[in-house]
Design a protein around this ligand. Structure first.
Ligand code: DLL
Length: 435
């Protein structure tokens, strides 16, 4: 029997969801216009006033917000409440450029944690469960978000944070954890470590995993499910919109329901900004509908995705997004061909390799070089050069079929590619085409 954290919201009719959205958007736009001069200026430049926004159907009239705007306005420029009303700050990892900081009132924290609670109940979580949160804690939203959601559901919460993998496994066994929350690459690493410790899925009690914060493939899902003996579910979110829980997977494991009572989603053409019809692939744009401190209108996520509203076997009615295919700025253009790291991952797992790989791109003269380093498992490891060369060639051919261009594949020794405890770094682009 499917369980819901807030059935009256999660299974509401589409008309009801639309009615909530229409009511909330009017208030949210007014709130932003009156309290955020930065966005008011953008609206004025576009000649839009709050009176023009009577329902979500008018959203297209509003200007977009981009990551560049968030950096411009750092740290307080998009704050819509006095700091004295705020109780929390979280931040992006800020690997490129300035960090983005997001502010929360208590209402915002509650709303966020409720979204995470919905995700936990959707994977079967109840107060009987022990929920091991192995996302990083601190400024990163993964740990605090799932921790809050787990409390709301009433699970016994194990706030492990990431790292110290053997200890994760010891606790997991001793305290009989049933739900694991972490990045998919860390789940994979935990699975590898479990097996290295001479243990198997039979020695742990996990039943489900809630994995997100980075792109991962269906092949990776099956691998993790097998290694840990669980069902693995996806969860999506970003710091700017609060953190994990903007959308989450249900028992159908076929796309993530967006919490539409809090977030309005659009898909746009990333080049023209034009709104695309449902079912088309483009850039995901979110409007928060009831955040107080850090409300974002038409925020361009740069994540490439497809939205579909379909009857779901779980009974939830909220629109679904597919697994993001990676950020538009993660997409590599190598010798003029678009390459997503997830395509490489698909090929590797299909060909029987583990998801331990790194892509290195460089430019020599005017030609791009494209190297893929792939770790072999102990079983695959061979002493003969001939055998390794044949394996490399076979893998390169499979990648050529998938991508249309030929990488140079290098098989490397087991354990030589650094493992990730958070978001995996799959790509090293040395071409310095952009900053
Ligand atoms: O990664 C929030 C989060 C924490 C989500 C824990 C899920 C679980 P940021 O660090 O701001 O926030 O990064 C947000 O990560 O724009 C996507 O590009 C990517 N991302 C997040 N979830 C997924 C996912 C958190 N399930 C950025 N699949 C987003 C693919 C994801 N990419």
């Amino acid at each position: 029997m499917e369980k819901y954290y807030q059935p009256e919201i999660e299974c509401a009719s589409v008309e009801q969801i639309k009615a909530w959205q229409n009511e909330k958007i009017v208030k949210q736009v007014k709130h932003v216009y009156e309290n955020v001069p930065y966005y008011r200026n953008l609206m004025e430049e576009k000649g839009v006033t709050p009176d023009d926004i009577k329902s979500v159907d008018d959203i297209y009239k509003l200007p977009f917000l981009t990551k560049a705007d968030l950096r411009d306005a750092y740290p307080y420029g998009l704050l819509a409440k006095p700091l004295s009303d705020c109780v929390r700050i979280q931040s992006t990892s800020g690997t490129t450029g300035k960090r983005v900081v997001a502010f929360y009132t208590q209402h915002d924290v509650d709303l966020w944690e409720e979204c995470c609670a919905r995700a936990i109940v959707a994977v079967g979580g109840t107060e009987e469960d022990v929920c091991q949160v192995a996302y990083g804690y601190g400024l990163f939203t993964g740990g605090p978000g799932l921790n809050g959601g787990s409390h709301k559901v009433g699970c016994l919460t194990l706030p492990m944070s990431s790292g110290n993998t053997e200890r994760q496994i010891d606790f997991m066994r001793d305290l009989r954890s049933t739900i694991l929350c972490c990045t998919p690459s860390y789940a994979h690493y935990i699975g590898e470590t479990l097996h290295e410790m001479g243990l198997s899925a039979d020695d742990i009690h996990l039943k489900a995993g809630i994995f997100g914060a980075e792109p991962w493939t269906e092949e990776m899902r099956r691998n993790i499910e097998k290694m840990l003996g669980i069902k693995a579910y996806d969860i999506y979110g970003l710091t700017e919109t609060s953190g994990p829980g903007v959308s989450f997977e249900c028992s159908a494991q076929s796309g993530m329901h967006i919490n539409e009572d809090h977030f309005y989603a659009e898909i746009i053409d990333p080049d023209t900004g034009e709104v695309l019809p449902e079912g088309e692939k483009g850039e995901l744009v979110f409007t928060s509908l009831d955040k107080e401190a850090f409300p974002l209108l038409r925020y361009r996520t740069r994540d490439i995705c497809i939205l579909r509203r379909e009857k779901c076997s779980c009974g939830r009615t909220h629109i679904k997004m597919c697994k993001p295919m990676g950020r538009s700025d993660d997409m590599l253009i190598i010798r003029g061909v678009n390459v997503f790291p997830s395509q490489i991952e698909t090929v590797l797992l299909k060909e029987g390799y583990a998801a331990n790989y790194q892509i290195v791109v460089d430019r020599v003269g005017s030609t791009d070089t494209f190297d893929v380093y792939v770790e072999v498992t102990e079983d695959q490891f061979s002493d003969t050069v001939r055998e390794l060369t044949a394996m490399e060639r076979k893998l390169a051919d499979a990648m050529k079929t998938m991508l249309g261009i030929n990488p140079k594949v290098h098989l490397v020794e087991p354990k030589s590619i650094v493992r990730s405890e958070g978001k995996a770094k799959r790509v090293i682009d040395n071409r310095k085409l952009h900053d």
